[in-house]
Structures are given as structure tokens and as C-alpha cells.
Design a protein around this ligand. Structure first.
Ligand code: HEM
Length: 217
């Protein structure tokens, strides 16, 4: 399949539909493979958190990879960032459905949790809702580019912080959680390097301007 064909098939709502069907299938597969219904729901909670994490990482680093490694794959990722972000929100909707189901199957779940314990996740959900609503093109246009960028940057960092908290706190109990923690840390570093590279390029461009203006005279 050439790049043009890929571009015409894997984009926009078609991509969203493909991702949404895959996410539902993965959540159902996680549920179906564990015999006990409550434990099966916990497996679905974990799977939906993990699919959300991968989609979030893709959206969070899309512009950085497009700056650092300009190539068709990273340009595609950047172009489809909105769809990937919405798929992340859909995956987290499945996380919420799995949590609600677990609460029904295990009535001790919510009473055992504290308001403080629910705070990071609740803030995360507010951020996801705000990002999903403001990704509507009409709303984004009305907000203007500066306000939109500020809201999206803040929302992304809030969600990154909730993921960092969710994974870091699990490392002492299970060292494998160091893997997603390291992936998140790598994403922070990639964004930081891309920001530096962009700044450097901008400085080089403005630094070259007086010289070219001089030679043009
Ligand atoms: C009030 C809202 C939320 C509640 C009540 C909640 C509940 C849970 C529960 C009970 C688990 C553990 C499942 C298990 O191992 O048995 C879990 C896992 C997780 N949740 Fe949530 N969650 C919430 C919101 C969020 C948000 C907003 C995020 C991220 C932005 C998130 C990310 C995660 C992650 C990363 C895991 C670990 C998955 C794994 O084991 O790999 N959660 N959540």
C-alpha cells in the first residue's frame, strides 16, 4: 500500500472508528479471559487504562516527533492528533464504564475509597472532558488559537500528571510499573528536546536574517 492510499483510508472518523472498535474488542477480551466477573472487570479497568496511556503518549509527543524526526509517519501522527486524542477520551470512557461496573459487582468498592483517593482521577476526567469538548472545531475557532493552546497544554499536563501518579505509586508493589513510568519520563524528555530544537531553529533563522539582509543590500 503506498503512502497516498494509506492517507486516504486511515484518517479522520474512519481512523476513530477503527480505534474505537479495537478498544472495545480489547476491553471485552480482557473481560472474557477472566472467569470471575469482578476480577474480569478489574482486568478491563487495567486494559482500558493501558490503551488510554498509549493513545495519550502518541498525542502528547506527536508535535515533538514531527519536529525532531520529520518523516511521513510523524507527519501522519501530527495530522491525526485530534482523532488520536478523541480515541484516548473514548478509551477513558471505557475505563469509566469498567469502574462503574466494578462498583456494581463489588459494592464495597466506593465506600472503601476516600474522596482524596478519587481526587486525581476526578481531576483527570474533568481535564479529558474539557479537551474533548474544546477539540470541536467550532468551539476551538470561537476560543481563538492562544486560549485554545493554553487550555490544551494545561489539560495535557494534568492528564500526564495523573498517569505519572497512577504508575509511580504502583512501582513499590510491582516493579513492572517502572516500564510505563519510564515511557512517560521519556515522553517528557522528548518534548523538552523538541522545544529546545524549535527554539534553536528560531534563533538561527532570526540570527541569519540581518546577515542575508546585509548581503542583499
Ligand atoms: C475517579 C476516577 C478514577 C477511578 C475511580 C479509577 C479507578 C481505577 C482502579 C480501581 C484501578 C485499578 C484496577 C486494578 O488493578 O484492579 C485503576 C487503574 C488505573 N487507572 Fe484509573 N481511575 C480513575 C481515573 C483515572 C484517570 C483519569 C486516569 C489517567 C488519566 C487513570 C489511570 C489509571 C492507570 C494508569 C491505572 C493502572 C492500570 C494498570 O494496572 O496498568 N485512572 N483505576
Amino acid at each position: 500500500m503506498n503512502t497516498m492510499t494509506q492517507r486516504s483510508t486511515l484518517h479522520g472518523w474512519r481512523l476513530f472508528l477503527l480505534l474505537a472498535v479495537t478498544l472495545v474488542a480489547l476491553a471485552l477480551a480482557a473481560f472474557a479471559t477472566v472467569p470471575d466477573a469482578a476480577e474480569a472487570t478489574r482486568a478491563a479497568i487495567r486494559v482500558t487504562a493501558r490503551t488510554s496511556f498509549l493513545l495519550f503518549l502518541a498525542a502528547f509527543t506527536a508535535s515533538s516527533f514531527a519536529i525532531l524526526l520529520p518523516m511521513p509517519a510523524t507527519q501522519w501522527l501530527l495530522r491525526e492528533r485530534r482523532v488520536i486524542g478523541l480515541s484516548f477520551a473514548f478509551s477513558h470512557l471505557l475505563h469509566a464504564i469498567a469502574i462503574t461496573t466494578f462498583g456494581v459487582l463489588n459494592p464495597a468498592f466506593w465506600p472503601e475509597r476516600t474522596a482524596l483517593g478519587n481526587l486525581p482521577g476526578s481531576i483527570g476526567y474533568v481535564a479529558i472532558l474539557v479537551l474533548a469538548v474544546t477539540s470541536h472545531r467550532g468551539i476551538a475557532r470561537r476560543m481563538g488559537p492562544t486560549a485554545w493552546r493554553r487550555v490544551h497544554l494545561a489539560g495535557m499536563w494534568i492528564i500526564a500528571a495523573v498517569f505519572a501518579y497512577s504508575y509511580f505509586k504502583r512501582v513499590p508493589a510491582n516493579f513492572w510499573y517502572a516500564v510505563p513510568s519510564a515511557m512517560l519520563f521519556t515522553a517528557f524528555v522528548v518534548r523538552w528536546i523538541a522545544k529546545g530544537a524549535q527554539k534553536l531553529r528560531r534563533q538561527q533563522r532570526t540570527g541569519q536574517r540581518p546577515a542575508s539582509a546585509h548581503s542583499a543590500r
